[in-house]
Design a binder for this molecule. Structure first.
Ligand SMILES: [Zn+2]
Ligand SMILES: [Zn+2]
Length: 139
């Protein structure tokens, strides 16, 4: 049996399955992620060919920049995906996965842009912008 991790939006119209080991969860504090989520993003990353999506026609893709788009359920509004236009992988929101998720926390990115009403105190690595491994919206 392959290692399959399932998830969905709040209303269940969009369902997905990610095959294989999931990257650690990265928290993104950039202003776009804050605005879209209401706080900050928490996402893992999945290769395009390891992700299967049901109900994909219910996903609205918002082109937040010339580099990347953000996919959310057009019925319930759940943020689900972040997709760099030239990457062959996709960020999938950690909170959308069924429990137990097998996810582990990894790092904070764009901490220079974080909201002014909270502190990051969990001891995870923090990066002013991205980590060396994560492709972001203006690279
Ligand atoms: Zn939904
Ligand atoms: Zn972000």
């Amino acid at each position: 049996m392959a290692d399959i991790h399932k998830g969905s939006c709040l209303c269940g119209a969009v369902r997905f399955a990610a095959a294989g080991e999931l990257r650690g969860v990265v928290y993104c504090h950039c202003s776009q992620c804050r605005k879209q989520s209401g706080h900050y993003y928490a996402a893992t990353n999945v290769a395009d060919d390891a992700l299967t999506v049901e109900g994909g026609e219910k996903i609205t893709w918002y082109e937040a920049s010339p580099y990347a788009r953000r996919g959310f359920c057009s019925i319930c509004g759940s943020a689900l995906f972040w997709k760099h236009n030239t990457a062959d992988e996709i960020a999938v929101m950690a909170g959308a996965f069924e429990q137990p998720s097998a996810l582990k926390e990894e790092a904070h990115i764009f901490v220079a842009d974080k909201g002014d009403y909270y502190d990051i105190t969990d001891g995870l690595p923090q990066f002013a912008r991205s980590t060396p491994d994560i492709k972001v919206a203006d690279d």
